[in-house]
Design a protein around this ligand. Structure first.
Ligand SMILES: [Zn+2]
Length: 55
């Protein structure tokens, strides 16, 4: 569909989901890389979509 921000493995929710938002990727601490390789959880963006609130 030509999405510009496809869901990443580390995302807990698709972009635009109410109550969810971007947060630093816990796998790479927001660096986008792990041991010199692109972080698979955030695809190298350093950010993942996680739920907000709810406790
Ligand atoms: Zn990452």
């Amino acid at each position: 569909m030509g999405a510009t921000d496809p869901t990443k493995p580390g995302d807990e929710a698709p972009p635009g989901t109410p109550g969810a938002g971007e947060n630093l990727c816990p796998a790479c601490s927001g660096t986008g890389k792990i041991d010199g390789d692109t972080c698979p959880e955030c695809k190298g963006t350093g950010k993942v979509i996680t739920g907000i609130g709810g406790g």
